[in-house]
Ligand binder design. Structure first.
Ligand code: UN1
Length: 497
């Protein structure tokens, strides 16, 4: 167990609040991973003052030189991959195999962002007027406030932090409370990579620190991953300062299976998509939409494979499902299971928390399946964030698409089919930021745009080249070297003779 301090200006500094919070191991509640300051407005103010100063200098460092530091950060993450993955497994309960993948995603992002520093292209276009340049350049936004969820405690922060730094911003990062120790590793990595002090800062905390970041007028961009309700509050508060806000919120991701599909492959996809990470990804499959012609055959194959899921110690390589992150999350899952039964869905697998024997000291929930789920039900509509899968039977491709789209979210989606027409139509018709053909709803890669439509996001895309639209502003510059006053929209071609 360790007592942490905030990381501001390249130093671990005491918080000005005297409150703390703990991060505990969800598979062994007795184990405290760390004690963290529950920071306040003064801590955020301190971080902003330091970041402001540092950002001015950092923005002047040529982007490819900033990229060298990020490449080094990627190399350090690679060297420390196993150690960070083990810490992550203990802190948030992600299986070791998946925790390694989480770190790998950050490594990929670091190398990608480093490369992109040589490709932060500008535009030069012809002007309407002679002897005049018209160009538009990317400039940093300033200080970025990064607030993230616990479930990808290295990968998701890195999606935001590395490109933000590449583009010349300073960052104030508030990790999710439950993933604070893992998030803190990013400070060590960036420091060892040679990032100048003050460019990257961590303020640990709960609501007060989060609100202070969102409401600080000098933090010009907020990048948030988390629940939709919190996201909406952030969006509203940030509106006071007309602040740029990038939101990555909830999902209720469907996997459709059509009659032409390879059913064994579709079963593999559903098992991984619904129960990987114990269903605690924003991309997890929570709705399985089956065509009636293959319903029975699919479910039989699916049920036969469910006993392969091994719930237990995330550090054990054989485990496929770790714990639920904390007690409130477990209780939320239980509430939804009860509600599903009340709503008239048929609970056909699992449905209970595990608390005996080796499960006595953590938060565990069985893989759970509801059948006969209908679109008006809460278990169809709401993000549960746990291993609860709703199965829906449909009669046609059109109905499958309609059902898939009948929620307020739109992050990921998937269809299993070998019919090229269905696959092509699904690409256009599924209301989601990501569509997989013959692959599960999870598994996004760091060099492609990531984000969702509807209430999942507000139009920005992290990942890929599009992330730089979040962390830069377009600055348009006109250079008139004609030596005289030229009037746009007024001078005609005759004036140029
Ligand atoms: C998340 O759950 O917030 O596609 C991100 C995936 C991962 C990222 C998930 N690469 O499932």
């Amino acid at each position: 167990m360790k007592e942490y301090k905030n990381y501001i200006g390249g130093k671990w500094v005491d918080s000005r609040s005297n409150r703390t919070f703990e991060s505990r191991n969800p598979s062994n509640w007795d184990e405290v991973i760390g004690i963290f300051p529950d920071s306040n407005e003064e801590d955020v103010q301190h971080a902003v003052e330091v970041a402001k100063e540092a950002q001015r200098k950092w923005a002047k460092v040529p982007a490819p030189k900033r990229g060298e530091i990020l490449r080094r950060a990627g190399e350090i993450l690679l060297e420390r991959k196993e150690e960070i993955a083990r810490l992550m497994s203990r802190e948030i309960g992600k299986t070791l195999v998946e925790a390694r993948a989480d770190v790998q995603e950050a490594i990929d992002t670091a190398f990608y962002a480093a490369q992109e520093t040589r490709r932060l292209f500008s535009y030069v276009t012809p002007s309407e007027l002679p002897d005049k340049y018209a160009l538009s350049l990317r400039v940093p936004v300033g200080i970025a406030g990064v607030i993230t969820a616990w479930n990808f405690p290295i990968a998701v922060p890195s999606w935001k932090i590395f490109p933000a730094l590449a583009a010349g911003n300073a960052v104030i990062f508030k990790p999710a409370p439950d993933g604070s120790a893992t998030g803190a590793e990013l400070a060590r990595v960036l420091e060892d990579a040679g990032l100048p002090p003050g460019v990257f800062n961590i303020v640990f905390g709960l609501g007060i620190a989060g609100r202070a970041i969102v409401e600080h007028p000098d933090i010009k961009i907020i990048a948030f991953t988390g629940g939709t309700e919190t996201g909406k509050l952030i969006y509203q508060s940030a509106a006071k300062y007309v602040k740029k806000v990038s939101l990555e919120l909830g999902g209720k991701n469907p996997q459709i299976v059509m009659p032409s599909a390879n059913l064994d492959l579709a079963v593999d996809g559903a098992l991984w998509g619904a129960f990987g990470t114990s269903g605690q990804r924003c991309t997890s499959t929570s709705r399985l939409i089956l065509h009636e012609d293959i319903y029975d055959e699919f479910m039989e194959k699916f049920r036969a494979r469910l006993p392969e899921l091994i719930i237990g110690d995330p550090l054990d390589e054989k485990t496929t499902m770790g714990p639920i992150i904390n007690k409130p999350s477990l209780e939320k899952i239980e509430r939804y299971v009860k509600l599903g039964i009340e709503e008239g869905a048929r609970l056909t697998y699992g449905g209970k928390r595990l608390s005996e024997g080796k499960y006595a000291k953590g938060w565990w929930f069985e893989p759970t399946i509801f059948e006969d789920v209908k679109p008006h039900m809460k278990i169809f509509q709401d993000e549960i964030f746990g291993p609860v899968l709703s199965v829906i039977k449909v009669k046609s491709f059109d109905e499958a698409i309609e059902v898939a789209n009948a929620v307020r979210y739109g992050l990921s989606s998937s269809i299993y089919t070998n019919d090229v027409r269905e696959a092509s139509l699904a690409m256009q018709l599924l209301e989601a930021g990501i569509t997989y053909i013959n692959a599960p709803t999870i598994g996004a890669e760091s060099h492609l745009p990531f984000g969702g439509v509807k209430e999942t996001g507000n139009g920005w895309r992290e990942g890929g080249w599009t992330v730089f639209d979040i962390f830069t502003e377009w600055k348009t510059v006109y250079i008139d070297y004609s030596g005289k006053l030229q009037k746009a929209q007024i001078d005609t071609w005759k004036d140029f003779e």
